[in-house]
Design a protein around this ligand. Structure first.
Ligand SMILES: Cc1cc2nc3c(=O)[nH]c(=O)nc-3n(C[C@H](O)[C@H](O)[C@H](O)COP(=O)(O)OP(=O)(O)OC[C@H]3O[C@@H](n4cnc5c(N)ncnc54)[C@H](O)[C@@H]3O)c2cc1C
Length: 258
């Protein structure tokens, strides 16, 4: 293992944070239990005082294919997974396109688009050096109970990369904000949409400093350039309290605040 300085104002998708020492884990390392693991920081809001952080090094950015089993390292970026699937005519990974991050982040968030979620195609995950079947891991909408660091995952190969599905999903993305964000700030409450609720309480387009509830998609907290953690957090808290007051619905963050 070794330390690397990561500047979260550049590395994180929402472009907030500061240069921070992150412990990089290499193959064969003992996995520490006293640090918070990050992946590609596409779902994170890093405060000025984050907990001690760690990250899987490129040792875990691997893809191996043996007969009908695809084994992918948790540091592998989603874009490269989609390219591999396309090149080898493998079905199931189309939705990972334009879903920024690493496989580890996808597993921990049960990331997905519409009805497509990573757990739907997952065979098993290697956590703390033990393979665990997907069906034995509690998971749901944007949630999976991983008890430790996921280093690898296995998928049973189904043939037939679906370019049409990929194109449809890419089209779906065209109405997303282009400014830096961490994707959806809140999970959708059962039977409703966080974006609709934020819009209904009049916060669509609301600004604090350089942070804004997007005018394109109210559940995206966007950074207009130089936005701060404090401004982001204050808009999150405001949306939560307004939605609670008006609709008696407690919004739950999808973004992880560190
Ligand atoms: C523009 C934009 C659009 C997005 N659209 C979507 C979308 O449509 N659907 C969707 O689901 N998400 C979406 N997201 C959110 C994000 O892409 C996903 O949550 C992604 O899976 C995060 O991956 P990451 O590697 O960046 O994880 P990080 O943000 O670094 O971490 C997320 C969580 O995963 C945990 N984690 C990371 N690696 C591991 C590991 N190896 N083992 C155990 N836990 C781990 C972290 O501890 C943290 O709790 C979007 C984000 C952006 C910026």
């Amino acid at each position: 293992m070794f330390f690397k300085t990561i500047d979260f104002s550049k590395y994180s998708s929402i472009k907030i944070g500061q240069p921070t020492q992150v412990l990089m884990l290499e193959e064969g390392d003992e996995m520490p239990s006293d640090r918070y693991l990050i992946g590609g920081a596409n779902n994170l809001l890093v405060s000025p005082t984050p907990p001690p952080l760690m990250m899987l090094s490129k040792d875990f950015a691997t893809i191996t294919q043996e007969e009908s089993i695809l084994t992918i390292g948790a540091a592998m970026p989603t874009g490269r997974i989609v390219s591999h699937a396309k090149k080898h005519n493998i079905a199931g990974f189309e939705f990972c396109s334009k879903l920024p991050g690493t496989l580890g982040g996808m597993l921990a968030m049960n990331a997905g688009v519409k009805e497509y979620e990573i757990f739907n195609i997952l065979h098993s995950i290697k956590i703390n050096a033990k393979w665990i079947l997907a069906q034995d891991i509690a998971h749901g909408y944007r949630f999976a109970k991983l008890e430790g660091i996921a280093t690898h995952a296995r998928f049973e190969i189904q043939n037939g990369f679906n370019q049409e599905l990929l194109d449809d999903l890419l089209n779906l993305r065209s109405n997303q904000p282009h400014e830096p964000s961490a994707g959806s700030a809140f999970k959708n409450p059962e039977g409703d949409y966080a974006g609709r609720l934020i819009e209904s309480v009049g916060l669509k387009g609301a600004r604090k400093g350089q942070m804004q509830w997007s005018t394109m998609h109210a559940n995206f907290l966007v950074n207009l350039g130089g936005g701060t953690f404090e401004d982001a957090k204050s808009l999150i808290d405001l949306a939560k309290s307004e939605v609670l007051n008006m609709f008696n619905i407690a919004l739950i963050e999808e973004i992880k605040i560190l």
